[in-house]
Write a protein of this length. Structure first.
Length: 309
């Protein structure tokens, strides 16, 4: 009989790529992971791993076991959800990953609603970049993720993750009332010679923003990089830079700067994603609904933010 915990380690190796990655994710020592994988090979009676340089690669037989383990874990997750749905009170821990502007706009009110309606739910939230948070939700590090995608830059689809729309918000050029050394900016093209602040290279937002500027006929002078949109706002408000800012950052606050429409009037899409096998879990469903409810309220009160539901 194959041992489920060892099968999970094999699947984790297929997801993480290295024994050290598996050990870090599951709070094991690397030697313990290696020992358990060796025991699994003995149970299976076939080679599951082979050396590829300094890395371990899975054999075809291991890939078969990984596929079946994924189905097994999904079945266990569905069983847990079905069991939880029979209980009179919704409770449990929900691990949530979100990006910054969604945290600020939605989380305080959503948590307050959950505390009132479902006091037995414990939410553990981590601020995380969407590109990696989706992968880690698929890998089972999180139960639910709030992610984003920009026009023409669809977020990666992972098999077994169910997406639901949360909100759309307009993206506009943020400019201070007075930028030293420049004339009044009224269009994207007029910001061509100004310093910019953008998110780091490799992010979808950065690639999209650079492409928008290039389509407008210029290469942006990106002097400042930060994943923190509050830093973007501070630099723009102080007249040190201009930036492309999604309107969700203005939830519950006054902008304190000018916002200028840019070509094609782009919208950012935000959505939630959870493993299909966990969507019927009452606690996860309750947290998801609380976020959707707050997005609906925000859309009613905030121009340039809408919902698709």
């Amino acid at each position: 009989m194959l041992e489920v915990r060892r099968l999970r380690l094999l699947r984790e190796l297929s997801v993480r790529g290295t024994v050290s990655g598996v050990a870090a994710a599951l709070n094991y020592s690397p030697s313990a992971v290696s020992q358990q994988l060796s025991l699994l090979e003995k149970e299976a009676g076939v080679a599951l791993l082979r050396r590829s340089g300094r890395m371990l690669a899975l054999t075809p037989q291991a890939q078969v076991l990984v596929a079946h383990t994924t189905e097994l874990l999904a079945a266990l997750e569905r069983a847990e959800a079905a069991l939880s749905s029979t209980l009179p009170v919704t409770s449990g821990t929900v691990r949530l990953a979100m990006f910054q502007s969604a945290v600020l706009a939605l989380m305080p009110a959503a948590l307050q609603a959950l505390r009132t309606e479902h006091p037995g739910i414990r939410v553990e939230m981590t601020q995380h970049e969407p590109e990696t948070a989706l992968h880690e939700t698929w890998a089972r590090d999180f139960d639910l993720v709030v992610a984003e995608q920009y026009p023409g830059h669809a977020a990666t689809h992972y098999r077994g993750l169910e997406r639901r729309p949360l909100a759309l918000d307009s993206i506009r050029l943020g400019v201070a009332a007075d930028i030293a050394g420049s004339s009044t900016v009224e269009s994207l093209e007029q910001a061509a010679t100004l310093p910019w602040v953008m998110e780091p290279r490799g992010t979808a937002s950065r690639h999209w923003a650079e492409q928008l500027c290039r389509t407008a006929g210029f290469e942006p002078d990106v002097r400042y990089e930060s994943a923190d949109l509050q830093a973007h706002i501070a630099l723009v408000q102080s007249g040190q830079a201009v930036a492309l800012l999604p309107d969700l950052v203005w939830a519950h606050r006054e902008p304190g700067l000018r916002r200028i429409e840019v070509p094609s009037r782009p919208w950012r899409t935000t959505f939630t994603a959870a493993r299909e096998s966990s969507t019927q879990n009452p606690a996860i469903a309750a947290v998801r609904k609380a976020l959707e409810d707050q997005a609906d309220i925000l859309a009613r009160d905030t121009p340039h933010v809408v919902t698709e539901r």
